[in-house]
Design a protein around this ligand. Structure first.
Ligand SMILES: Cc1ncc(COP(=O)(O)O)c(C=O)c1O
Length: 395
């Protein structure tokens, strides 16, 4: 008979056989999967046979999330990683090498900009930034030199600009570039870039997909061939998603459509309230006819989503007073959550920019970004109304 510890290890490692299909995806908190014999181990390790060996290469819970995101994006394949930034890194990194060029839209999430300029720049990849609303300028940038990647965001930060994805994807393809779209602000409930011509879509699943501000995750979706290249890079770089994190994102996805309807309905009411308030000089919400990209948004977004920006007439002091007076929203940096989240970009997410750079990016001193949550709309609107009164007093 084997010794006590040998028996304990064997007994405690025997996964139960389950013949009935579970109605949600179990958490495979497992790193190693044992093969039946040496041949099977070799075949699975080299990819000749499908299966699992080691969780940095694949894990069933993480695969289930990747397959779910691919399906809801209308893509052939998907891959899930440890954060939105990891997703952007493996998506773009799978396409470029030293000497290549990227054309990217200029109002990118700050860390994405830093990844492109600092990390990929150091590796010999050059990025040129363009205004996505100026299609002639995008075409000129693409025509100026061979371009490997056209990189853009469906809805960009913090001015809620909406990109004309079909037109931009067609331009990218005409010039031989792969089109990569960060769809985080929209989510697949609102926009599916693969159906509009993108080659790869990335999402920070930290935001709308999971929806509860309690998990960091990222996903990439696209053709099976492109996702195989993404996977190969990820296996070598190792930003692996934990199975429990994958489970939390999977738990969020079934309610994404319902959540987005509520986010958008409340955001539309909030935009209307802010639009008539004397303390407010500008409201940026895609469904308002005053939004610079309203025509594009009407074509591409079934509702305006949950993100809006507002400029207070009293500038930075009024913005600060407004934020401090709010009772319900969270004062923090993320978005796409159950909580309403209010942030003052000039003093937080975009604080590295000089006043001239802020002005060039359309970020006024009194600009606030609001990610509308799922609270009862009447409570939120009443809270915003009283905070506007506080902003008036401060101004
Ligand atoms: C548009 C956008 N893309 C990507 C990211 C990065 O996501 P993560 O924080 O999950 O790495 C963020 C984070 O705020 C974002 O706003």
């Amino acid at each position: 008979m084997d010794g006590f510890t040998t028996r304990a290890i064997r007994a405690a490692s025997r996964a139960p056989r389950v013949d009935q299909r579970p109605t949600s995806v179990p958490i495979y908190q497992v790193v190693t999967f044992s093969a039946a014999d040496a041949d099977e181990l070799g075949a699975v390790t080299t990819g000749a046979t499908e299966g699992y060996v080691y969780a940095r290469m694949a894990n069933p819970t993480v695969d289930a999330l990747a397959a779910t995101v691919a399906e809801i994006h209308g893509a052939e394949a998907g891959y899930a990683v440890a954060s939105g930034m990891a997703a952007i890194h493996v998506a773009v990194g799978s396409l470029v090498r030293a000497g290549d060029r990227i054309v990217a839209t200029r109002n990118l999430y700050g860390t994405t900009r830093s990844l492109l300029t600092r990390v990929l720049g150091r590796a010999g990849v050059e990025t040129t930034f363009v205004d996505p609303a100026d299609l002639d300028a995008v075409e000129a940038a693409l025509a100026a030199a061979p371009t490997r990647v056209l990189y853009l965001e469906t809805i960009s930060n913090p001015t809620i600009a909406v990109a004309d994805l079909p037109a931009l994807a067609a331009l990218g393809h005409r010039h031989g570039a792969a089109v990569v779209v960060d769809n985080t602000f929209a989510s697949p409930a609102l926009c599916r870039p693969i159906e509009l011509g993108a080659d790869l879509v990335v999402e920070s699943a930290t935001k709308y997909l999971s929806g509860h501000s309690d998990v960091l995750a990222g996903v990439v979706a696209g053709s099976a061939e492109r996702i195989a290249a993404v996977r190969a890079l990820q296996v070598d770089t190792g930003a692996t998603l934990a199975p429990f994190s994958a489970f939390l994102v999977l738990r969020g996805i079934p309610t994404l459509g319902l959540r987005m309807e509520r986010h958008a309905a409340t955001a539309a009411r909030l935009a209307a309230l802010l639009g008539t308030a004397p303390e407010v000089s500008r409201v940026l919400y895609p469904m308002l006819s005053s939004h610079p990209d309203h025509a594009v948004a009407r074509r591409l977004l079934p509702n305006g989503g949950g993100m809006l920006a507002v400029e207070l007439a009293g500038g930075a002091p009024a913005a600060r007073a407004f934020v401090d007076a709010l009772r319900i929203p969270e004062r923090t940096a993320s978005l796409g959550s159950i909580h309403t989240i209010v942030v003052h970009p000039p003093s937080t997410t975009h604080r590295q920019l000089t006043p001239a750079e802020l002005a060039a990016a359309g970020i006024a001193p009194g600009l606030l970004r609001i990610s509308v949550g799922l609270e009862d709309p009447d409570d939120l609107l009443a809270d915003v109304a009283q905070a506007l009164a506080a902003a008036r007093t401060a101004a």
